[in-house]
Ligand binder design. Structure first.
Ligand SMILES: [Zn+2]
Length: 337
């Protein structure tokens, strides 16, 4: 196991240098790695789209690297480092749901336990990354608990989750927790613009809940859909489209992203209403135009309520929440007509 030198986190900083918001959680992990043996359970929790999985792989790479440097630095060149990066290291196991929205079933955890029981290769360690851990079924979480309660020597389970609250307390109590936090909006926009200059990053960042890697992915995979939905939404606030028609178009969208889109639109409108600077795009110009007819206080209230829905999204009825969001938006924009 590599020992930390005086500059405890310099290795992490170089490994994660292109994702600067991971430095704090990387430093926390570096402390855990340097002060003791790797614990049997580690929980990396925070929003999606921040690189939590990459952080988990970085832990594995440092653990498996054959020529680790000082400051918890992996060499990046040995076969073990290359295998971790390629996802083919024999002692690094990964558990994910079988399908996009399905649960992680007990069979997957039983299979993992069997594989973990087999002897490890040259490193003497085995690491399993379970992601997203909030999708563990109750039976699967209970099965996992057995491995956490009676860990075999050298075994570490790294749970990657969007929130620590979604996991059973019994599992949480067996894990060392490391929070992964998003950067400030300003830093995230600066980082995104360094990768690709575009004027609409704030939309994608909002849709991704403030997570820069999530914004990059969404901008690559959803642009046509977002354009169409945003165009329709702007027509609704301008009174040129039937809100019911928009509601049926929006029904195909995940509620979280619809809330993100409407929150973004209301925020832009609020800023336009007080003449605050805005990124220049066709959309922001149209929203700014519509906001001149709106009531500023209602815009702010609608924005706060829409934003608040994100916090309670798990308990919402999607159809009712969609109706409420559209009504709020229309009321805010039409209040002065
Ligand atoms: Zn190496």
């Amino acid at each position: 196991m590599p020992r930390a030198g005086r500059s405890l986190d310099c290795g992490w900083r170089s490994m994660l240098s292109d994702l600067p918001w991971l430095h704090d959680s990387g430093s926390r992990l570096a402390q855990i790695l340097s002060s003791q043996r790797l614990p049997a359970g580690l929980l990396l929790y925070g929003p999606r789209g921040l690189g939590r999985h990459r952080l988990a792989c970085a832990v594995a790479q440092i653990r498996f690297c054959r020529h680790p440097g000082s400051g918890l630095k992996s060499c990046e060149e040995c076969p073990a480092c290359m295998q971790v990066r390629a996802g083919s290291h024999p002692d690094l196991l990964q558990v994910r749901p079988e399908a996009e929205n399905s649960a992680i079933k007990i069979e997957s955890i039983r299979d993992l336990s069997r594989r973990l029981a087999l002897s490890s290769g040259s490193s003497g360690a085995r690491i399993a990354i379970i992601s997203p851990a909030e999708r563990l079924s109750i039976a699967a979480a209970n099965a996992l608990l057995k491995t956490l309660e009676e860990p075999s020597p050298g075994v570490t389970l790294i749970l990657v989750s969007n929130a620590s609250g979604g996991l059973p307390a019994t599992v949480l109590s067996r894990c060392q927790r490391v929070r992964v936090s998003p950067p400030s909006t300003e830093s995230a926009l600066r980082w995104l613009n360094q990768r690709q200059e575009r004027t609409d990053w704030s939309i994608w960042l909002t849709l991704a809940g403030g997570a820069p890697l999530g914004a990059l992915t969404l901008a690559r995979t959803l642009p046509d859909d977002v354009s169409a939905l945003l165009d329709s939404l702007i027509q609704v606030v301008n009174g040129r489209r039937d809100p019911l028609q928009f509601a049926s178009q929006a029904a195909e969208w995940p509620l979280e992203q619809l809330i993100g889109l409407i929150t973004w639109l209301l925020r832009v409108a609020t800023r336009a209403w007080v003449h605050a600077p805005l990124p220049d795009s066709v959309w922001t110009r149209q929203i700014a135009q519509a906001s001149h007819l709106a009531d500023g206080r209602r815009l702010v209230r609608a924005w706060q309520e829409a934003h608040g829905l994100l916090a309670e999204i798990q308990g919402l009825n999607p159809a009712l929440a969609r109706e409420r969001l559209i009504l709020l938006t229309m009321q805010a924009f039409r209040s002065a007509r």
